[in-house]
Design a protein. Sequence first.
Length: 252
Amino acid sequence: MRKNIVAGNWKMNNNLSESKALVKGIKKAIKGKELKNTRVIVSPTYVNLRAVVKKAKKSAVEVAAQNMHQADSGAFTGEISADMLKSIGIKTVILGHSERREYFCETDEILTKKVDQALKNKLEIIFCFGEKLEERKNDKHFEIVESQLKNALFHLDAKAWKNIILAYEPVWAIGTGETASPEQAQEMHAFIRKIISEKYDAKVAENVSILYGGSVKPANAKEIFSKEDVDGGLIGGASLKADDFVALIDAI
Ligand SMILES: O=C(CO)COP(=O)(O)O
């Protein structure tokens, strides 16, 4: 059975002490909570990963990186490898976030390499994708999402999908306060499951967790998360305060 997941993408927020305080707050708030089938993940910036991994120890909080480079090692100033992440206890990496695609020129081709590199290193992937406003307005959203998935993930064999979490994040809903309606999210998530089922089989499609991301907050989470094919959220702004983030875990 697929898991529900509430994942906080802290982006370029929180210095060392703020990161430690935030994970401590989350850890304290969920201690003793019955999380049932729900995973809780936080994703601090690279420099604070190690400290957050340490703080999260002996708790249900898991820690993911926000990105990694596609090469094993070498002359790539400023970059971080899969092996480096693993060596500090990271098991999950976010790839393909729209901010990486937009501001750091990450193409489907680069993302395919990153996906392969992560899986080769036994890292689990939270793979992000989603259409831009213009594309939705022109009724191209299904086409765009299908091509993003096909281009970066459909070369994988069925077994590899055990290590894939999908995060549908319509670009027009990220940090804008505008969320996709629960119906729009459900419609897209059901479409994603359908194309995975067609490419692989119903089992692969049923087992993959598909998260929604884009202005999820305590006020709207319950309705979005209640949809059949929405298995939780990838949260930006509302993951930066322990109270808000824990309210989202409670909304699952
Ligand atoms: O980009 C996001 C998570 O990766 C969503 O960000 P917001 O929740 O701030 O809209």
